[in-house]
Design a protein around this ligand. Structure first.
Ligand SMILES: [Zn+2]
Length: 205
């Protein structure tokens, strides 16, 4: 952030914080900070409370999705006895998990991988999440899940990851499937409509 004469310290500090967010450059951050300075203070208080609240969310110990119940290790999806815990879908982003839930056609569980690496290799966090799932399958499912569903977007990186997951889990699941039919090549799951996603779930192989 360049130093400007007459730039109030609070604006400078806020714009610096904003510029650490994805896809916000220094100039846009500065503009946004000035914009926010003109908002109703009550509005801003709510915004700051929202920021504090999302900072206090917990990560599920099994699927790594976030949830609000501080007294629970697992999220409501993993705790739901009505769901099939022998069926596990690999997901990249939280928003994609929500999109699959929206279809109401998938009743298994998830493993949230986090952003795929552009080199197509697992990072340490993803490696440890996969280890957690392997342990779960060995200890809780007698070393055999019914299905590992690779619900990663059909992009080049998604394909790399799909290969790794197939290799790692082929002996730990009766079948390893991938979302496919209906999703445009290179398209992202979070932008697919319910119907397309639903068809893709049905047509997985
Ligand atoms: Zn969970």
């Amino acid at each position: 952030m360049p130093t400007y004469p007459h730039l109030p310290e609070s604006i400078r500090s806020l714009s610096e914080a904003l510029s650490s967010l994805p896809s916000l450059g220094p100039r846009q951050s500065l503009r946004l900070a000035f914009y926010l300075s003109q908002r109703d203070p009550e509005n801003l208080k709510r915004l700051s409370q929202d920021l504090i609240n999302v900072g206090e969310l917990k990560t599920c110990g099994q699927c790594f999705f976030i949830h609000e119940d501080k007294n629970q290790v697992l999220c409501p999806i993993c705790r739901d006895p009505g769901r099939n815990n022998k069926q596990i879908a690999f997901i990249e982003k939280e928003t994609e998990l929500l999109a699959l839930e929206q279809t109401a056609q998938y009743r298994g569980r998830y493993l949230l991988l986090g952003p795929l690496e552009k080199n197509g290799l697992l990072n340490d966090l993803q490696r440890s999440r996969m280890q957690t799932l392997k342990k779960f399958i060995v200890q809780e499912l007698g070393s055999s899940a019914d299905e590992i569903l690779i619900a990663l977007s059909p992009t080049r990186y998604g394909d790399h990851y799909a290969d790794i997951i197939k290799k790692e889990f082929s002996t730990l699941a009766k079948r390893v499937t991938r979302l496919g039919r209906g999703l445009p090549r290179g398209g992202e799951i979070e932008f697919a409509d319910d119907e397309t996603l639903g068809a893709s779930l049905e047509g997985r192989n």
